[in-house]
Design a protein around this ligand. Sequence first.
Ligand SMILES: Nc1ncnc2c1ncn2[C@@H]1O[C@H](COP(=O)(O)OP(=O)(O)OP(=O)(O)O)[C@@H](O)[C@H]1O
Ligand SMILES: [Mg+2]
Length: 488
Amino acid sequence: MYKMWTQAGSLMASTMFIYTMFMRFFPSPLQARVRRYTNKFTSFVYPYIRIRFHEFTGERLMKSEAYNAIQTYLSEHSSQRASKLKAEAIKVKDTRTPLMLSMDDNEEIIEEFQGVKVWWGSYKTTSKTQSFPWNSSSDEKRYYKLTFHKHYRSLITDSYLKHVLEEAKAIEMKNRQLKLYTNSKTRWSHVVFEHPATFETLAMKPKEKECIINDLVKFKSGKTYYAKIGKAWKRGYLLYGPPGTGKSTMVAAMANFMNYDVYDLELTAVKDNSDLRKLLINTSSKSIMVIEDIDCSLDLTGQRKKRKEKVEGREGKDSRKRGDEDDDDDDRGSKVTLSGLLNVIDGIWSACGGERIMVFTTNFVEKLDPALIRRGRMDKHIELSYCCYEAFKVLAQNYLGLESHQLFPKIEKLLEETKMTPADVAENLMPKSLDEEVDTCLHNLIQALERSKVDLEKKKAETERKQSNVQKTSENHGEGMEENGVIN
Ligand SMILES: Nc1ncnc2c1ncn2[C@@H]1O[C@H](COP(=O)(O)OP(=O)(O)OP(=O)(O)O)[C@@H](O)[C@H]1O
Ligand SMILES: [Mg+2]
């Protein structure tokens, strides 16, 4: 047996040697003919077709959708057949096990489709990039390989692959658990998104709420419309208002309503515009990208002004432009610029993927650069404000299960006279012990509102007093000037 293998080995080596020599020294027409015959011979000896599905496409920029779909499909089909499995702890809807099992690396399974056998394999290649011994990193590339008999080429490429993609989509919809992503450098990591907020529990005027819901519904079903008008399928929402008025809660309600993943982009953790673009490309469609407190994220608002001031201050100096950029680098850890962010929102790259919502939240809308929030970038501006009576009724229903109560009119009047955020109203309404009565909760709220009313009146009186003092001083000053003959 050993002898036979040795002979076979040396025969193969000799064949390879002759083949290489031939390819090197003979003219190309002859080479082409030989190659054709070699291919024929190979396909006669090995009549199988192989298709590779790589994890990343486009210079490793984007995760391949086909790869993802196959992964979903195989994890559903492989767990019963493969002997080497990978387990990932995830939460998927409607499953008895909290673990998702998928094929391990270098594992294969056999499937049958309309009586035809196909082989799926999961593989990984590792290449080492080493510039210095102390600075080496390995680059892992994963791919799935599908093998089938050449006789069934059209069945597999037309029907089977379509079946795999469709089934993957159906599995995804069935198990879809929303994800909340967060960024570090150029990578996203995620946890399961479990925020319970919905539009029903969101306290705001019903008409405004309805308007937002209609807008979202229109967006979701607008694929052909956006294509028709030649616009990328995306929409921007600017949520602004004082702290505790429900901006973050609304983002969660939007995600649950649309069934979209949330990408919570922390701009300060992004090194520069190029990394920002990479992050954008690696987001999936059907997602909401949110930048919370955009006014604090980076000095995006000040950059233009600062630049303008510097340029004006250094007029005529050759080093103007270079100096500007150097200073900016020193000022901030992140080099993301306003133009970089604008590009992400509605530049050419922003159209990647489609069906995307972008949300900015801020407490100080007036601080933002107008370019950042102009319509077309932030299409809809939504103000979330202090609690009104209609918003209170939603909270009373949420927290106490109350439709109406004799104390409601009193609360309505107090809400008109004060400025209390929905967060504060909610906190006062929340029972503080298991046996706390509804009436006690409402009384707590009334007391808090009355205190807030007194504070507000005190503040108002104080401001009026200050204003009248300023007025008096300026009048005295004016009289003095007149007496001194300054004003004629
Ligand atoms: N409009 C609202 N409807 C329902 N609950 C609300 C609303 N506003 C605030 N809340 C409650 O108050 C808490 C704080 O609200 P949220 O975090 O959404 O405020 P925010 O506007 O994002 O504040 P900030 O500007 O400080 O980020 C939430 O957990 C929620 O329970
Ligand atoms: Mg918030």
